[in-house]
Design a binder for this molecule. Structure first.
Ligand code: SF4
Ligand code: SF4
Length: 396
C-alpha cells in the first residue's frame, strides 16, 4: 500500500514519457514538414504546420521571454520541481540508474557489469546527441550525412555525445550540485511559500535516526540539516523515510511542503495575471494577420528607364513568403498612383513554406512628367487576404 504512494515510479514514468516525446518528435511530420525543427539553410523555424521566418524572429524572442517568465514563476511556486521531475539531465541519470538496476538482476561479475553499463551509457549519449541534431536536420538526412562522411555532422555528433556522456555519467549529480546555473539561481527565486522537500522539525523526536534519507540522497546531502542548494527535489529521501516510518505506522518526517505561508499569495496572483496578459499579446501577434509576407525593393541600377515613346519604367524585386504548408497562388497589383501601371504577368505561385521572388516593372505611360514621382503601393492578394508595401517611384 505504501509503495503505491512512492514518488519514484511516477518520476520514472515522467522521464520515460519525456524521453519518448523528445526522441519521437523529430519523426512527426505536419503538412509534409518536420513538426518542430529549425531549418538552418532556410532560416526558418517549423512549428507544427507553421513556419516562422527570420523576419518573424521577434516572435521567437517573445516566445523565449514568455518561457523564461513561466519558468521563473513556476520556480517561485514549485521550487525545484523542474530538477526533480523534468530536467533532461535528471532523466538521463534516472534511465542509467534503471539500467544499472536491471543489470544487477543478471548477477554479472563487477567488471563485466561495469563495461555493460558504460557501453549502454555511450549508446544512450549517442542517441541523445543524434536526437538533438534532428531538431536541425531531418533524421533521414542526418543519417545519410553520417554515412556519407560529412565531417561537420560526424564531428558535431561525436563531440556532443561525449559531452552528454561526461555530464550525465561521469559528473552525474555533481553537475547539478556544482555546475548547473539554474541551481545557483534558486536562492534568489525561493520565498517562504515555495514548494520544497523538508524535514519536519516539529517532529524531530519521532525520527528513528536510521539515516536512510541521507544514504539514498543522490547529491549526498542530509535533509535533516535543512534546505540546501544541492537538493534537486527528487523525493528519494521522502520515499526512503516513508519506508522506515511506515513500519512504525507514522507519517514520513521528510515531505513536500509549501512552508508557513499560503501557496496562493498576492505576488503569485499578480505574476500570473502579468504572464497571462503577455501570453495573450504573444498569441495575438503570432496567430493574427495573413500567413504570407511580401518585401519590395528597387533593383540596382538607374532610378528609371526611359522608352522611345517617352514612358518611364521603374524596376522592383518583389519577394513573397508563403508561411503555410500548401502551395499558393498570389496576385500582385499596384495602387496609390493612377498614372502608374504594373507591366507583365501579375500572378505568382509559391510552394509550401516557400519563397518566390519576381521582377516587377511599373510603367508611367507617356507623357510622364515629374508629377508622376512619388509612392507606389504594391498590393498582394492571396486567399481573400491582402497586404501592401510602399516603394518610391521616380519620374523624369
Ligand atoms: S535531499 Fe532528498 S529530495 Fe533533496 S536531493 Fe537529496 S534525496 Fe533528493
Ligand atoms: S529516513 Fe526518516 S526516520 Fe530515517 S533518519 Fe531520515 S528522517 Fe529520520
Amino acid at each position: 500500500m505504501h509503495a503505491r504512494r512512492h514518488f519514484k515510479p511516477w518520476r520514472r514514468a515522467f522521464y520515460l514519457l519525456q524521453a519518448s516525446v523528445m526522441i519521437g518528435l523529430p519523426f512527426l511530420r505536419v503538412g509534409g514538414e518536420s513538426a518542430l525543427r529549425f531549418d538552418i539553410p532556410a532560416l526558418r523555424l517549423l512549428f507544427f504546420g507553421r513556419a516562422l521566418f527570420i523576419e518573424d524572429f521577434f516572435l521567437f524572442l517573445l516566445a523565449m521571454l514568455l518561457f523564461v517568465m513561466i519558468f521563473v514563476f513556476l520556480t517561485i511556486l514549485l521550487g525545484r520541481v523542474w530538477c526533480g521531475w523534468f530536467c533532461p539531465q535528471s532523466a538521463i541519470i534516472e534511465l542509467q540508474t534503471m539500467f544499472r538496476g536491471a543489470l544487477r538482476r543478471f548477477r554479472l561479475p563487477d567488471n563485466i557489469a561495469n563495461i555493460a553499463f558504460h557501453a549502454s551509457a555511450i549508446a544512450l549519449s549517442m542517441l541523445i546527441s543524434a536526437t538533438l541534431i534532428w531538431y536541425f536536420l531531418p533524421p533521414a538526412e542526418m543519417l545519410e550525412m553520417l554515412v556519407s562522411g560529412s565531417p561537420l555532422v560526424r564531428g558535431f555528433w561525436i563531440v556532443q555525445a561525449a559531452l552528454v556522456y561526461l555530464m550525465a555519467t561521469l559528473w552525474g549529480r555533481r553537475f547539478c550540485r556544482y555546475v548547473c546555473p539554474y541551481a545557483r539561481m534558486q536562492g534568489a527565486l525561493f520565498d517562504n511559500s515555495t514548494l520544497r522537500i523538508e524535514f519536519d522539525e516539529n517532529r524531530r523526536d519521532e525520527c528513528l535516526n536510521c539515516g536512510l534519507c541521507a544514504k539514498v540522497c543522490p547529491t549526498g546531502i542530509d535533509i535533516r540539516d535543512g534546505l540546501q542548494t544541492g537538493c534537486v527535489a527528487c523525493a528519494e529521501c521522502v520515499d526512503a523515510c516513508r519506508d522506515m516510518t511506515g513500519k512504525r505506522g507514522i507519517a514520513p518526517l521528510v515531505r513536500y511542503s509549501f512552508g508557513a505561508r499560503l501557496f496562493i499569495r498576492p505576488q503569485s496572483i499578480i505574476s500570473a495575471i502579468a504572464i497571462a496578459a503577455f501570453a495573450a499579446l504573444f498569441g495575438a501577434l503570432a496567430f493574427s494577420g495573413p500567413d504570407f509576407d511580401m518585401t519590395v525593393s528597387r533593383t540596382p541600377g538607374p532610378l528609371f528607364a526611359l522608352t522611345a515613346d517617352g514612358s518611364v519604367i521603374n524596376h522592383y524585386r518583389v519577394s513573397v513568403r508563403n508561411k503555410t504548408g500548401v502551395e499558393r497562388e498570389f496576385r500582385l497589383s499596384i495602387a496609390g498612383n493612377n498614372r502608374l501601371a504594373l507591366a507583365g504577368n501579375n500572378t505568382l505561385t509559391v510552394g509550401p513554406n516557400g519563397f518566390n521572388a519576381v521582377h516587377a516593372a511599373v510603367v508611367c505611360a507617356s507623357p510622364c512628367k515629374a508629377a508622376a514621382s512619388g509612392q507606389v503601393v504594391f498590393v498582394l492578394n492571396g486567399g481573400g487576404e491582402a497586404i501592401s508595401r510602399e516603394a518610391a517611384f521616380f519620374g523624369q
